[in-house]
Write a protein that binds this ligand. Structure first.
Ligand code: ZN
Length: 218
């Protein structure tokens, strides 16, 4: 199986994960994956419901977001994904959702403070806010890259809009989107009865380093 065919298949399963973890309604969320070694990525088609996604329905675009292969128009967020792949060569996957709790923080333009050890592990910092930007051109992509370049967090909350996450792979970007919603929800709930306690920066650094470099199966 070619790497494009494998990615088409992987993306069906990863879009199922968006449903499974309650990150999307209707068709408002998408996952893409860079084709290794080529200036191409695979992304969800526009406006196709999650139940109808098949490997064949996924579309292949170049790094300018132009359709290269596929029967459907690419996701309306394709320009943002393409901009990230152009500017951040280390990124292999991008996810966009309007998941509820994270997007509520985005609506207030407030970063999620790093007050949970799980958040220090995965994000290593607050989850930052990106600028308000309209869909269509490169503005959303520019805002994502300007916010995440040099930041530990793989997630950005685009103001008044929603979540974009990046990862070494599409699966890693989906994991970041799931974790982003989870910590946004917990910190939101914690706030209802008081102010969450801060974690010292030196402890955030230790947790992040351990989780990123030591934890799990090696
Ligand atoms: Zn959106």
């Amino acid at each position: 199986m070619s790497s494009v065919d494998q990615l088409r298949k992987d993306l069906v399963g990863l879009h199922d994960q968006l449903i499974r973890w309650g990150l999307v309604v209707w068709t408002a969320g998408n996952v893409s994956a860079r084709v290794p070694g080529e200036d191409l990525f695979v992304i969800k088609p526009s406006g196709v419901s999650y139940d109808e996604l098949t490997p064949e329905s996924m579309v292949v675009c170049d790094l300018d977001g132009q359709l290269v292969e596929g029967d459907f128009a690419p996701s309306s967020d394709t320009a943002a994904h393409a901009y990230v792949y152009r500017e951040m060569p280390e990124v292999g996957g991008v996810v966009h959702t309007h998941s509820t709790y994270a997007t509520a923080w985005a609506a207030r333009g407030e970063p999620v403070p790093c007050v949970l050890t799980a958040m220090a592990d995965e994000f290593g910092a607050e989850i930052p806010i990106g600028p308000f930007a309209l869909i269509g051109g490169d503005d959303i992509g520019k805002g994502i890259v300007a916010t995440l370049r040099g930041h530990r967090s793989p997630a950005v909350l685009m103001q008044n809009h929603g979540v974009f996450t990046i990862g070494k792979s599409a699966k890693a970007a989906v994991k970041a989107a799931v974790m982003c919603e989870d910590v946004a929800r917990t910190v939101h709930i914690a706030r209802q009865l008081g102010e969450p306690l801060p974690i010292a920066q030196s402890d955030i650094d230790k947790l992040y380093d351990r989780y990123q470099n030591v934890y799990g199966q090696r």
